[in-house]
Design a protein around this ligand. Structure first.
Ligand SMILES: [Zn+2]
Length: 304
């Protein structure tokens, strides 16, 4: 069983041709690109950037990394048709739910995701090529922070449209935290853009509160809204953010980078160091203020 494809501009059911899909209503043509139906132009920033399939399904790392544990626990035993938005290389935990469809704007990522998902499409988040009510679950991880603010409501409306009534949507969303290190970083807007926003394409960050409000305004009923990753970063991230022209500007940030250099000196040390961070985050997420959160974990239901 495949989820049927519709025209993302006029929503008519598409006809399959040897070279792609054709819309019987508006005449639009959507080609196969290396066998993947493609509805958008290639975006060089994303093409092939996150393209490794994740076959883990209950590994030790899944249990240590809070966002992975969240999906693992909340989807355990759930069955249905699932859409993974911005799927990158795909994840076996999502595939275990049932027929899973991977959607991404990178064809290279989708070729990898095909090892995990039986159906993949290259399309934009704001115009999904699926019929209304096609999915029981719509999920994403590390994706919605990449969506420009002016487009977010359209993306949520599309998630609402393709979900069945009573369907669930679960996300890890990067948030605009305001912990002391990020507040310090913001004092240098040029560096902030260069080292914190642009390397990952986090052009659409909002505060945890703004994210929750947006989902609720779109009609979603919250089951879980959890600000996470409060005040701490994994060691590689510390170096990416602050081991650069930020050096010499703040005593404590410099010491943090020194420590990050030690922990990233060897892969074994880095794994051990990141386990320590994961454990410290369990404490930090309980004691630090929610505004410090670098991300949110959410689980919403469509309808009453
Ligand atoms: Zn059409």
């Amino acid at each position: 069983m495949q989820v049927p494809l519709v025209c993302p501009s006029c929503r008519a059911r598409l006809d399959e041709t040897p070279t792609g899909y054709r819309c019987p209503d508006c005449g639009a043509v959507y080609p196969f690109d290396r066998g993947v139906p493609r509805f958008v132009e290639v975006d060089p920033f994303y093409e092939g950037r996150w393209a490794r399939p994740d076959f883990s399904r209950g590994s030790l790392r899944n249990w240590l990394v809070k966002k992975e544990r969240f999906f693992l626990k909340r989807l355990q035993g759930q069955r249905g048709v699932l859409l993974d938005l911005g799927c990158g290389g795909g994840w076996a935990v999502f595939a275990a739910v049932g027929h899973a469809v991977g959607l991404d704007i990178s064809v290279t990522s989708l070729l990898a995701a095909r090892q995990v998902y039986p159906q993949v499409v290259c399309a934009s988040l704001e115009a999904l090529p699926f019929p209304d009510g096609a999915f029981d679950f719509v999920v994403s991880s590390d994706v919605l922070g990449h969506v420009p603010l002016g487009v977010k409501d359209r993306v949520l409306a599309e998630i609402w449209r393709v979900l069945k009534p009573g369907g669930r949507t679960l996300h890890y969303i990067e948030a605009d935290g305001s912990d002391p290190a990020i507040r310090f970083a913001r004092r240098y807007p040029g560096l902030f853009r260069k080292y914190i926003i642009e390397p990952e394409g986090h052009i659409g960050l909002e505060t945890p509160e703004q994210i929750f409000k947006r989902f609720q305004a779109a009609g979603f009923r919250p089951r879980v809204e959890l600000p996470v990753y409060r005040g701490l970063l994994y060691w590689g991230r510390v170096r990416q953010y602050f081991d650069n022209e930020y050096r010499g500007k703040n005593f404590w940030v410099d010491r943090w980078v020194d420590l990050a250099r030690v922990f990233t000196a060897h892969p074994f040390l880095e794994v051990g160091g990141n386990v320590l961070v994961a454990l410290a985050l369990e404490v930090g997420d309980r004691v630090f203020p929610p505004e410090w959160a670098g991300g949110v974990l959410v689980d919403y239901v469509k309808g009453g």
